[in-house]
Design a protein around this ligand. Structure first.
Ligand SMILES: Nc1ncnc2c1ncn2[C@@H]1O[C@H](COP(=O)(O)OP(=O)(O)O)[C@@H](O)[C@H]1O
Ligand SMILES: Nc1ccn([C@H]2C[C@H](O)[C@@H](COP(=O)(O)OP(=O)(O)O)O2)c(=O)n1
Length: 231
């Protein structure tokens, strides 16, 4: 079977990570969480005393950390300079600073290059999730999905992950981060013109996974029929 590249974009809490991991596992594809890479570089900046509100300082340091992503959907990993970063990149401090760091063009250029080389090296194909995959990183992806959900549903899902989290505060923080990610100059969060939009508000995770798997299968059948040509 031909290798297939699937781009899944959308705001926070729409189900990108859970859906992408499950779809990749079901179809035997690699998986890349690009948000984890932006979180990793943000964590490095904080750990090394770089002021994240100083775009020039962030740009000057951007090439220093070595970020490595493991792409097995059953066990995705991320390291920074050889150290496991999976835990530290999920702290509230990183979450509150990641939009500033990921808005810096030098950071995006480096991370985008890394993402393209990972996608190129995935022999069976890959599911890549983020904010600008369909628009900028992999504009020739075989299938582009844009996941959405109401802010209420997204906040409820996110606060469900943290014991004792305040849904209202989570919703406010989430809306603020989406606004920053959507309004930055360099490759903002946006739906590609040729992306299929899936509103997950009233769908279970299994339904979303099923929907994306069906779209990949349809895309593959169409490509196979085209390759065979007319009878
Ligand atoms: N359709 C859904 N219905 C209910 N909960 C969901 C759904 N999709 C994802 N979730 C849950 O919501 C949370 C956020 O999902 P995640 O995949 O991390 O979203 P994203 O990567 O878009 O931020 C997770 O706890 C996940 O299990
Ligand atoms: N392709 C991407 C992926 C993430 N980012 C930035 C913007 C996001 O707020 C952060 C964190 O992304 P992540 O997917 O981990 O965020 P959530 O899981 O939705 O909370 O990284 C980006 O700018 N471009």
């Amino acid at each position: 079977m031909e290798s297939v590249i699937v781009a899944i974009d959308g705001p926070s809490g729409t189900g990108k990570s859970s859906t992408s991991k499950a779809v990749a596992a079901k179809l035997g594809l690699s998986y890349l969480d690009t948000g984890a890479q932006y979180r990793a570089i943000t964590w490095w900046m904080i750990s090394n005393g770089v002021d994240v509100s100083d775009a020039e300082a962030v740009a000057n340091a951007a090439a220093k950390p070595v970020i490595v992503s493991g792409t097995d959907p059953a066990r995705p990993t991320i390291t920074v300079d050889g150290a496991d970063a999976a835990g530290p990149i999920r702290t509230e401090e990183v979450t509150s600073k990641v939009s500033a760091v990921s808005a810096v063009p030098e950071v995006r250029a480096l991370i985008t290059e890394l993402q393209r080389s990972i996608a190129k090296g995935a022999e069976q194909g890959i599911v890549v999730e983020g904010r600008d995959i369909g628009t900028t990183v992999l504009p020739d992806a075989d299938l582009k999905i844009f996941l959405t959900a109401s802010p209420e549903a997204r906040a409820a899902r996110r606060s469900g992950e943290v014991k004792g989290a305040d849904v209202h505060a989570t919703k406010e923080a989430l809306i603020k981060r989406d606004a920053a990610d959507s309004s930055r100059k360099t490759s903002p969060l946006a739906k590609a013109d040729d992306a299929v939009e899936v509103d997950t508000t009233d769908l279970t995770l299994d339904q979303v996974i099923e929907c994306v798997v069906t779209l990949v299968d349809e895309r593959r059948s169409r490509d196979a029929a085209q390759a065979e040509g007319p009878e």
